[in-house]
Design a protein around this ligand. Structure first.
Ligand SMILES: [Zn+2]
Length: 98
């Protein structure tokens, strides 16, 4: 995980939601080319497997709803506070989540 950082947490080793030590790094905005952009802007977050992609209620199973939407909104708010305007966010990540 060298070089990776998250705008949402200083602790990439523990689940952002539950604090579990069984955490994998999730890229908040999926899609071709977006993984690198997520890493550039810090829009990655550690999640335990059940929340990440190993259950029917995981963020990968429920895009743009529930926790997945919450994480996207947190990242967009961070973008608008630190990087640029809403239109700039949309130009990078395709749409607004707010
Ligand atoms: Zn993921």
């Amino acid at each position: 995980m060298a070089g990776k950082w998250s705008a949402l947490t200083d602790d990439l080793g523990h689940c952002y939601i539950t604090g579990s030590g069984r955490a994998a790094v999730h890229h908040v905005f999926p899609g071709t080319g977006r993984r690198k952009l997520c890493e550039k802007y810090g829009f990655i977050v550690p999640l335990e497997p059940e929340l990440h992609n190993m259950s029917a209620s995981s963020v990968h199973s429920n895009p743009n709803r529930g926790l997945d939407l919450q994480l996207k909104q947190e990242c967009q708010r961070y973008f608008e506070a630190h990087y640029g305007s809403r239109n700039e966010f949309i130009s990078v990540f395709g749409r607004s989540y707010l």
